[in-house]
Design a protein. Structure first.
Length: 232
């Protein structure tokens, strides 16, 4: 048995295009990522980076190949099973995975734990959620709703939410995309620290060469083809 956290084998994504011409989005993508490893995917706009993350999250199904995440084969899982898989195995930091606006920072983070185990007491959930907010330097803002927080603070709450359940894998799409350089660097160093502490593997997509350089491994996506091990 492989101990890889991510195991993608011959993953393809072909979608119906205009006038019946099929559109190849991903072409024979194969790679593995081990526990605690950080991989960065770079590549031009439209090359297929987000599509790959969507497939690894079970939010899009590949048209060929196979994906195993932390020992679970995603093929053949129905939507309910995929939802359970995401709760148990994944942290997701996507730009469109917004915080719930009506909930405080604390409630947003706690929600992950409550969904994972609805039988837990609020006291134990609250303690753990507060510790996660503390780890991203935001315990003083626990009672604030997202609208009262800056973009960087919201991103840090998103990171606390993605990491609070200590998932084996964190998928991050442009984690510093909307942030200034200093705030972005802070979010990244927090992300790497949390991952190291929890043994979480990270696959992140970025346009930022400085961020890619900090990863253990770099991949380049071009026209749906993934090439590995680009020097920093
Ligand atoms: N559901 C879909 N139907 C048709 N085309 C799609 C669909 N999803 C993605 N695509 C196309 O697949 C290609 C890859 O998109 P993807 O979002 O994965 O690229 P990306 O590398 O993440 O780009 P960016 O850096 O701009 O975010 C694009 O040409 C996009 O238009």
């Amino acid at each position: 048995m492989s101990s890889a956290v991510v195991e993608a084998r011959g993953v393809g994504l072909v979608l119906p295009g205009a006038e019946g011409h099929p559109l190849t989005i991903l072409n024979d993508v194969s790679f593995t990522l081990g526990a605690g490893e950080v991989g960065a995917v770079v590549g031009p706009s439209g090359s297929g980076k987000t599509s790959l993350l969507m497939i690894l999250a079970g939010l899009e199904r590949p048209t060929s190949g196979s994906v195993r995440i932390a020992g679970t084969d995603l093929a053949g899982m129905d939507e309910d099973k995929l939802a359970i898989f995401r709760r148990r195995k994944l942290g997701i930091l996507f730009q469109n995975f917004h915080l719930v606006p009506s909930m405080t920072a604390l409630e947003n983070v706690a929600l992950t734990l409550e969904i994972a185990d609805p039988t837990r007491s609020w006291t134990s959930v609250e303690t753990e959620a507060l510790a996660a907010l503390d780890a991203v330097g935001l315990s003083a803002r626990a009672g604030h709703r997202p609208s009262a927080l800056s973009g960087g603070e919201q991103q840090r709450v998103g990171l606390a939410r993605a990491m609070v359940a200590k998932p084996p894998l964190l998928l991050a799409d442009e984690p510093t995309g909307n942030l200034d350089q200093e705030t972005g660097a802070k979010v990244v160093s927090l992300m790497f620290d949390l991952a190291r502490r929890n043994g979480t593997a990270i696959l992140l997509v970025t346009h930022d060469p400085a961020l890619a350089a900090k990863a253990d491994r770099r991949f380049a996506m071009s026209l749906g083809v993934l090439a590995e091990d680009i020097p920093a």
